[in-house]
Ligand binder design. Sequence first.
Ligand code: AMP
Ligand code: MG
Length: 338
Amino acid sequence: METMHIPADQAGILKAAEALKTGLLVGVPTETVYGLAADALNPQAVRAIFQAKGRPADNPLIVHVLNKAQAEGLAVITPLAEMLMDAFWPGPLTLVVPRQKIVPDVVTAGLDTVALRAPSHPAMRKLLLESGLAIAAPSANRSGAPSPTTAEHVMNDLNGLIPLVLDGGPCEVGLESTVADAAGSIPVVLRPGAVTPEMIAAVAGECLVAQSAMRPLHEGEAAPSPGLRHRHYAPKAPLTLVKGPQDKVAARIRALYGAEERACVLVMEGRLSAYQGLKAFSLGQDMNQAAHRLFTLLRQADGAGCSRILAEALPEEGLGLALMNRLARAADFDIQIV
Ligand code: AMP
Ligand code: MG
């Protein structure tokens, strides 16, 4: 199959809407990462997403909607979910709520809940409007690889496997949405993202973070979110995170670097000076830039043939929590404390 890579302009969006309506897959830009879109109510089209990504069938998908009104046709909107939708939609917050029967089992991996999000990206909103569909869309990468934040990343992973990619430029946020369970009366963050637990608590009064969001599951432990069971976001090179006081972290990273043929270092801009003479990638000046760059840099490290990636741990506050969640999983929890 030849993959068309076209701009996300009006003509491109109309073409994508037609493709979705006939059950085809489309790579689409969102404000978080690129999505691999299909008609959420067409089980055959949704099955094709799992196939193209090589995604385990037990990992449910996020369904994208225009707004609360469309969400009401798919799920039970709890008072908590409604409050959070009013505060954060459209935007990078996915809410897990009880599903209605209309949502196919293949979308929810058989769960009785569904994950819903109203994206803010103008091209994705136009696509939702033009197609009139609810759009199931996980990240448009091969399962396990770093998420795609440009159309080129999507092409690198899925060229030849899907018919169409809409190019809307680099994603604004660069990390996947926050996933929060809003089925009960207290929100629980299952996957941290740009909408932080602090922001959710400011609206809902409180907000819990699932413990398993930040550590590996124990043997036999039930996953509150099925995605937590799987390795994610990983570059080909092994990634090691080092945590502790800055001087000790730098010393450990230098030692690990020296033992490798072609290591590279991944740190914030302000920390580059501690790694002079080493191959180092900058995550930027602040957490927003780091989120925007992380997945691109992981792909670049692979492209540069790095044999091992050594990264400084980041403070787990605000957006730092989401960054550390992705880094820890990309590292398969290889975290050295010094
Ligand atoms: P992705 O689509 O690749 O961004 O991943 C979607 C994330 O949402 C995965 O971590 C899923 O496990 C999670 N998710 C989707 N649906 C549900 C659900 N019904 N309950 C809990 N987590 C969910
Ligand atoms: Mg994903």
